[in-house]
Design a protein around this ligand. Structure first.
Ligand code: PLP
Length: 368
């Protein structure tokens, strides 16, 4: 692949930072994880933060920490990466799917209220592809119905709504550091939490249920091992220090795509008022006349990486077997995005020349 879909931004300084951790002998629960948690909080301006093993364990801990129980209903968008719905199933609760707004690929806030029952306990809005959902509206609905909000901001570090970082509106905000996300430690995640009590509970569950009770170590819960290592935190600290520059570069690339991709058969991303876009993914929407899967293989033949953006979750096998929802009629926008969405190369090291090449090849493929 000449131009892959994505490449992580790891430089020699990051590698040096990792080497220092390895030489120190303190591989976990040393100073790096704590430093990263503080710096991350400072960047997003949240209250508390727990770094974890990935952006799925964060969601799992958030649901448990906020007291969501078996039998509860949790509202999720129909279109996201599967982890968003899987964590709800994992705790024995029921995901209730809401269609998306096709302009933003985010949950259609207007359709949430209709799905609320007396069993509804939480909403997990997703900020898909690095763009904030209508989080203000989601929060209004949640307050009115006394629901917990866990923001899945896995893709959206760097995204804001009305100048405020996503992940800091709800009771908890979850971020991922998978290699496809804005900054990466291979695997990794962080949960930003609003209340001290919930944060304390999450920290206990993250580390085998260990609590410090008046200086004594007690095992107070059947916890997990969802810790981040200092090796990983060292990688994140470096990337965080140059994150604004990384965001600017992605924004420059998006401008090239906006200027150069020209076809009646493709719709470029839409950025609503009050939002920036962190460009974790540049996601095109193809016209019905375009065979998206053929686009992926044609781009591949030209040495360009691309992929579909996310899944229509209730259309996947486990959810079809269990709930048998007719996705074409219930979630037409999620199905359209799932079938006709196309993520194209987006990463800091992508050169202007290569971004132009991607745009021009897309144009020419769409002429046929
Ligand atoms: C990537 C992603 C996750 C999962 O993150 P991992 O770190 O891979 O576990 C969850 N939700 C969304 C929306 C994602 O994009």
């Amino acid at each position: 692949m000449n131009i892959p879909l994505s490449i992580p931004s790891i430089n020699s300084e990051d590698i040096q930072n990792v080497t220092e951790v390895l030489e120190s002998g303190l591989l976990i629960q040393g100073i790096k994880v704590e430093t990263f948690e503080k710096q991350f909080l400072n960047y997003v301006k949240g209250n508390y933060a727990a770094a974890t093993s990935n952006g799925t364990s964060t969601l799992h801990l958030a649901l448990l920490g906020l007291g969501i129980e078996p039998g509860d209903e949790v509202i999720v968008p129909a279109f996201s990466f599967m982890a968003t719905a899987n964590v709800v199933e994992l705790i024995g609760a029921t995901p209730v799917f809401v269609d998306i707004d096709l302009e933003t690929f985010n949950i259609d806030a207007k359709q949430i209220t209709n799905k609320i029952t007396e069993r509804t306990k939480a909403i997990i809005p997703v900020h898909e592809f690095g763009l904030a959902c209508d989080i203000e509206q989601v929060m209004i609905i949640a307050r009115k119905h006394n629901l917990v909000v866990i923001e899945d901001a896995a893709c959206a570090f760097g995204a804001t709504f009305n100048g405020k970082a996503v992940g800091t509106f709800g009771n908890a905000g979850s971020y991922s550091f998978h290699p496809r996300k804005a900054i990466t430690s291979g695997e990794g995640g962080i949960l930003v939490v609003e209340d001290l009590e919930v944060y304390e509970k999450i920290k206990v569950l993250r580390n085998h249920g260990i609590a410090n009770m008046n200086g004594r170590i007690e095992f107070v819960a059947p916890g997990f091992n969802y810790r981040l290592t200092d090796i990983q935190a060292a990688l994140l600290i470096g990337q965080l220090s140059r994150f604004n520059t990384m965001l600017e570069r992605r924004s420059d690339i998006s401008r090239i795509y906006f200027n150069e991709i020209r076809s009646e058969r493709v719709r470029l991303p839409v950025i609503p008022q009050f939002c920036n876009h962190a460009w974790q993914t540049f996601h095109l929407l193809m016209d019905d006349s375009v065979d998206r899967n053929k686009m992926i293989s044609d781009l591949n033949a030209n040495g360009i990486g691309s992929n579909y953006g996310a899944q229509c979750m209730p259309a996947q096998k486990f959810y079809q077997d269990k709930y048998q929802l007719d996705c074409d009629s219930l979630f037409p926008n999620a199905m359209k995005a799932y079938k006709s969405g196309l993520a194209i190369p987006m990463y800091g090291q992508l050169s202007d020349a290569d971004a132009l090449k991607v745009a021009h090849i897309i144009n020419s493929l769409l002429e046929n």
